[in-house]
Design a protein around this ligand. Structure first.
Ligand code: DAH
Length: 341
C-alpha cells in the first residue's frame, strides 16, 4: 500500500505539471483528491491493515494528500499568472496606431442644386407637391390636352406598365399639375421635383431617367409677366445676377401661349461654342400660361382664374450650375467626380 501511495503521488505530480489551465487543474484535483478519487479509494482499504501498519500508512496518506494540495495551489497560482499575462498581451491597446478614417458622405451635386431651387421657390411662397412616378396616361397625357393620337405621345415615348399603355412611368412632372388642381382650389403655388422617364438612349445630354421640377401658379389675374418675373428670379439666384434669359415662342399642348426659356451660354458668353452647339444660348425649360381646357378639366373656371406653369430639367440645371459638359457624370457615381462638390 505504501508503494501504491508513492506511485500515486508521482502520477499526480506529473498530471499537475501537464495541467495547462484551470479546467485541467480541477480535473486533476477531482481525480486524486475527490470523494471518489484515487487517494480516497486507497484509504478505504485501510480496514484490512494490521494495527501496527494502519497509523504508518494513515500518516503517509495524509502526507501525500497535503503535498498534493500544496502542489495544486502552487500550480493554480502559476496558471492564474499566465492567464493574466496572456490577457494583458491580447487586450493591449496601442494608442500610436493610426485610426481608420470614417468617410463622411455629402450631397450629390443634383441634390445641392435641388435644395437651392427649393429654397428659392419657398422664399417666393411656393410649397412642394409630390406625384407618382408610375402614372396613369390620363394624367400624363389626356388631362394635359394630349389626346390619344397626338404626336407628343410619340416624342415622349416612355416605359409601359400595362400592355394597353394606360399605366406607365411618367415622361414629365406635368401630371402633378393636374393632380394638385383636382384636389386644391386657387390660389395655388407649387413646385414638384421628381424623376421622369423617356425611351432615350444614353449620351452626353440624354438619359432614359432624368429629373424635372414642375411649377404651377393659379390665381386671379396671373399673367405672362408673373411667369417671366418668377423664372428670371430663379435663374439669377441660381446662376448669378448677370445671367441673361431669352423667352422663345414654342408650343406645348397644355399651355397657351407657350415658350421655351434659354440662358446665355456660361461657356462662351453668347458667341457660340461646343457647349451651346454654336447657339450662344442654352435651353433650360419649357413654360407657358395654363391652357383654359386644362383648367376646366380640373374644375377651375378660366374666366375667373388664370395660371402659369413651367417644367425645368434639374439635370441640365445642375450641368449649367457647375459647368459640367456630360450628363452621364451625374449617374455614374464615380467618386473622383462626386468628391469635387
Ligand atoms: N412637360 C414639358 C416637357 O417635359 C415641360 C413643360 C413645358 C412643363 C411647359 C410645363 C409647361 O409645365 O408649362 O417637355
Amino acid at each position: 500500500m505504501k508503494e501504491q501511495l508513492e506511485k500515486l503521488k508521482i502520477e499526480a505530480m506529473a498530471a499537475l505539471e501537464a495541467a495547462a489551465d484551470r479546467a485541467a487543474l480541477e480535473g486533476v484535483r477531482v481525480r486524486f483528491l475527490g470523494k471518489k478519487g484515487e487517494i480516497t479509494a486507497i484509504l478505504k482499504q485501510m480496514g484490512g491493515l494490521s494495527a501496527k501498519e494502519r497509523p504508518v500508512i494513515g500518516q503517509l496518506a495524509n502526507l501525500v494528500r497535503a503535498d498534493l494540495e500544496d502542489a495544486i495551489e502552487e500550480r493554480d497560482a502559476v496558471i492564474e499568472e499566465k492567464e493574466l499575462a496572456d490577457r494583458l498581451l491580447n487586450e493591449a491597446l496601442d494608442v500610436t496606431i493610426p485610426g481608420t478614417t470614417v468617410l463622411i458622405g455629402h450631397r450629390h451635386p443634383m441634390s445641392i442644386v435641388l435644395d437651392e431651387a427649393k429654397d428659392i421657390f419657398i422664399g417666393m411662397g411656393f410649397s412642394i407637391a409630390e406625384g407618382p412616378e408610375v402614372e396613369l396616361s390620363v394624367y400624363d397625357f389626356d388631362k394635359l390636352n394630349i389626346p390619344v393620337g397626338h404626336t407628343v405621345r410619340e416624342w415622349q415615348d416612355t416605359f409601359y406598365i400595362t400592355e394597353d399603355e394606360s399605366v406607365h412611368l411618367r415622361c414629365q412632372t406635368s401630371p402633378v399639375q393636374v393632380r394638385v388642381m383636382e384636389r386644391t382650389r386657387p390660389p395655388i403655388r407649387i413646385i414638384s421635383p421628381g424623376r421622369v422617364y423617356r425611351k432615350d438612349d444614353v449620351d452626353a445630354t440624354h438619359s432614359p431617367m432624368f429629373h424635372q421640377i414642375e411649377g404651377l401658379v393659379v390665381d386671379k389675374g396671373i399673367t405672362m409677366g408673373n411667369l417671366k418675373g418668377t423664372l428670371n428670379a430663379l435663374v439669377k439666384k441660381l446662376y448669378g445676377e448677370n445671367t441673361t434669359t431669352r423667352f422663345r415662342p414654342h408650343h406645348f399642348p397644355f399651355t397657351e401661349p407657350s415658350c421655351e426659356v434659354d440662358v446665355r451660354c456660361f461657356s462662351c458668353g453668347g458667341s457660340g461654342c461646343r457647349v451651346c452647339k454654336g447657339e450662344g444660348w442654352i435651353e433650360l425649360l419649357g413654360a407657358g400660361m395654363v391652357h383654359p381646357k386644362v383648367l376646366a378639366g380640373c374644375g377651375i373656371d378660366s374666366d375667373i382664374y388664370s395660371g402659369f406653369a413651367f417644367g425645368v430639367g434639374l439635370d441640365r440645371m445642375t450641368l449649367l450650375r457647375y459647368s459640367i459638359d456630360d450628363m452621364r457624370l451625374l449617374f455614374e457615381n464615380d467618386m473622383r467626380f462626386l468628391r469635387q462638390f
